[in-house]
Design a protein. Sequence first.
Length: 121
Amino acid sequence: MNYNRGDVVILPFPFVTQRGVQQKARPALFISDHSFRRRFYDVILVAINSQRINNVRKTELLIEEGAIGFKESGLAKSSVVRCEYVMTVPANLIARKLGKFPTKLLSKIDHALRLSLGLKN
């Protein structure tokens, strides 16, 4: 696996329509730490959504075009990192890496994750 914490990746997300279950490629943030050997070959991600949200919550982080770290992320447009949408998926579902969030941005995401999970800061 060539992915690390802070990488922005693309993977297929399932969604249901009147025609049935379909998949669409969506970005997500790689948050699991794989610097030590894990029991399973799963990864932990949080969703990234490009739908504009006017009221960003404490468990979300808005990454706007032109902001520090946006270009390095590989995202196509302003997006919200949704730290309340945590998922564990098999690593082989990841299609590719888009970019990476800088350490300063990851610190803000860590704070939002702690709030989302009810952990003390």
